[in-house]
Design a protein around this ligand. Structure first.
Ligand code: 5GP
Ligand code: ZN
Length: 104
């Protein structure tokens, strides 16, 4: 996806402050943090929205949840607590149309 900002981040064309990475997902600091800890977790493969998650992308979603656990530990909020949020489509507040999870 040439015009997708998160694909560019996944490809390393646009820099990010990486927090965690594995074969399926990448997690990085949100550029406009809404909380003391605000991490974006994305699948490396382009999927536009939660509604576009098929069987293959379901494995990415699982990997994103696993990554959320690891990021929570790395950011030391695993015990204190955090939220994970997926905005879907315009009225759901989605601005970047590459599936992502906010960890706040
Ligand atoms: P959405 O509203 O689509 O769920 O959230 C997109 C999030 O991505 C926003 O919180 C926004 O600050 C973040 N974001 C957008 N562009 C960039 C970028 O180029 N780099 C980083 N690190 N975060 C971004
Ligand atoms: Zn993308």
């Amino acid at each position: 996806m040439e015009d997708c900002i998160f694909c560019k981040i996944a490809a390393g064309t646009i820099p990010c402050q990486k927090v965690y990475e594995d074969s399926r997902v990448l997690a990085f600091e949100d550029i406009h943090p809404m909380a003391p800890v605000h991490i974006i977790i994305i699948p490396k493969r382009h999927v536009a929205t939660l509604m576009d998650v098929d069987a293959e992308a379901m494995a990415d979603l699982q990997a994103m949840m696993s990554a959320a656990q690891e990021v929570a530990r790395l950011k030391k909020v695993d015990r204190k607590g955090f939220r994970v949020v997926v905005n879907c489509n315009e009225e759901g507040g989605q601005v970047v149309f590459h599936l992502h999870m906010h960890l706040l």
